[in-house]
Design a protein around this ligand. Structure first.
Ligand SMILES: [Zn+2]
Length: 489
């Protein structure tokens, strides 16, 4: 039954929204043409109800998939790959070479979290039904005492990765070609242009992936795409404008200058992307003489590995970033960066009472070493916590951003006396103007537009804005599980 995406009647495809629809995590879209089935992204759900959603996420037979295309390495876009492989998927997973390298550290790290949470669950079950499960554990999914997947599954998934460079048309199957364009979101991040059927009558579906904020340091601006017949676009900050980079730097400088003489500054940051960008920001402030000499601890093995990978891909970074990194390496008296490896090194930071900038993962505080630093620094009013990334509903980070006076960490209640700052101008995601600007790069309205990767209210508001401002006729906000048939005559 050899069929192609294009028939005499035209091009058709069915798009199923498996996640990131009315929420920001769990990005995954199933595309079915008459002959092929494939996924764009295979992301993990995080935050509210994530255990249940992850367990139910792959409600199809993975063995029937022909291939997978990934937009970038963030776990909410890639984190269920090992589960897909555990359930029998053996085909290729296409991603940019930088994404492949980042996944080489991220997927094993994610598997480690799954395994240790499952072990913890097992312990709890053996301890009896009355032992309560700390609330924050919910944010990292497990499947009862069975891990969602194991290190072996992650390693198997890594063997299926296939690197495809930016701007190269890659034939994934007969009549199905995709091209990665730099999305400027994190190292290796891509917009996917998907062309169904070669030759006349070809139709293009574009997946924005996560889009970077234009004019932001470290990475180039998201690539403009001139044409799409259907578009799936993110909307994380579709309801907001970020502060300018200048006022953001002022804010960071003010927090550091005020806090460091007496306390520490904890920066929960995604290990990949955000950490490297914060190092850049600190170096910029140190270089300009706007902050006292800095001691920055990067306390996340994943962030350390990602920083090394970022350095290897220096040509993908902007010029200023490369110059600044060289300056910083030559001036440890102005800014010292210490990468901690062992848990013992990490614990030694707990003895530091003042003068330390501690950058640690996870970015939403639902796992990882940052939780220890929060436990030690949140109760001290002379300390500060600086959030620089999106905090999903149901995470500890969200509770802090929303002004919680007390949080639970390691089965204890911890008072929040440190000052908590949210610094929006550094977001890895485009703001409302950034998104509208990118959409403005299309020469004509795509016939179908789906707004995803935003909390529902945000996506609905942004969809309305796109209809009004750009006068695009068909802009929808799909819900999880929705199937849409795309047909062009
Ligand atoms: Zn992302």
């Amino acid at each position: 039954m050899a069929k192609r995406a294009a028939t005499e009647e035209g091009v058709e495809a069915t798009l199923t929204f498996l996640g990131a629809s009315g929420e920001v995590t769990g990005s995954s879209f199933l595309v079915e043409t008459q002959a092929r089935r494939f996924l764009v992204d295979c992301g993990m759900f995080q935050g509210q109800d994530s255990d249940e959603k992850n367990a139910a996420a792959l409600a199809f037979d993975p063995r029937e998939l022909d291939f997978v295309v990934l937009t970038h390495a963030h776990i909410d876009h890639s984190g269920l790959l090992p589960l897909l492989v555990r359930r029998g998927y053996r085909g290729p997973v296409h991603a940019t070479p930088a994404t492949c390298d980042l996944l080489g550290v991220m997927l094993p790290d994610s598997a480690h979290i799954q395994e240790s949470n499952a072990a913890w669950q097992r312990e709890r079950r053996e301890a009896g039904p009355r032992a309560a499960r700390p609330r924050a554990r919910r944010a990292t999914p497990t499947n009862g005492d069975e891990p969602l997947y194991t290190l072996a599954d992650a390693q198997a998934a890594l063997r299926q990765l296939h690197g495809v460079h930016y701007d190269v048309r890659h034939v994934a199957a007969p009549g199905i070609v995709f091209t990665f364009r730099d999305a400027g979101h994190i190292l290796g991040s891509a917009i996917v242009e998907l062309d169904l059927s070669d030759g006349p009558g070809a139709r293009r579906i574009v997946f924005s992936g996560d889009l970077g904020q234009p004019g932001r340091p470290v990475l180039p601006d998201p690539t403009r795409v001139p044409r799409a017949d259907a578009l799936v676009v993110e909307s994380t900050y579709g309801n907001r404008q970020h502060r300018s980079l200048e006022s953001t730097l002022d804010e960071v400088a003010a927090v550091l200058t005020k806090t460091l003489p007496r306390g520490n500054v904890v920066v929960p940051a995604f290990a990949v992307g955000r950490t490297q960008e914060m190092l850049h920001v600190f170096a910029e402030l140190a270089h300009a003489g706007r902050v006292p000499p800095l001691t920055v601890f990067v306390d996340s093995p994943l962030a350390t590995a990602a920083t090394g990978i970022t350095a290897r891909y220096a040509p993908l970074l902007d010029r200023q970033t490369r110059d600044l990194a060289a300056w910083q390496a030559a001036h440890p008296d102005r800014m010292r960066v210490l990468f901690t490896e062992s848990p013992q090194d990490s614990m030694r930071i707990n003895e530091v009472r003042s003068g330390a900038v501690i950058v640690s993962a996870s970015g939403m505080c639902d796992a990882g070493r940052v939780r220890h630093h929060l436990r030690h620094n949140l109760p001290r009013e002379e300390c500060a916590v600086v959030f620089v990334g999106f905090q999903a509903r149901g995470t500890l980070g969200r509770a802090l951003v929303e002004g919680a006076r007390e949080v639970r960490l390691f089965r204890e209640s911890v008072p929040v006396r440190a000052s908590v700052h949210t610094i929006g101008g550094l977001s890895a995601h485009a703001d409302q103007a950034g998104l509208l600007g990118w959409l403005g790069g299309f020469e004509s309205a795509p016939s179908r537009v789906f707004v995803v990767h935003g909390e529902r209210e945000t996506s609905v508001l942004f969809a309305e804005l796109v209809r009004e401002r750009l006068r695009w006729p068909s802009v929808e906000v799909p819900a999880r599980g929705d199937r849409h048939r795309l047909a062009w005559r």
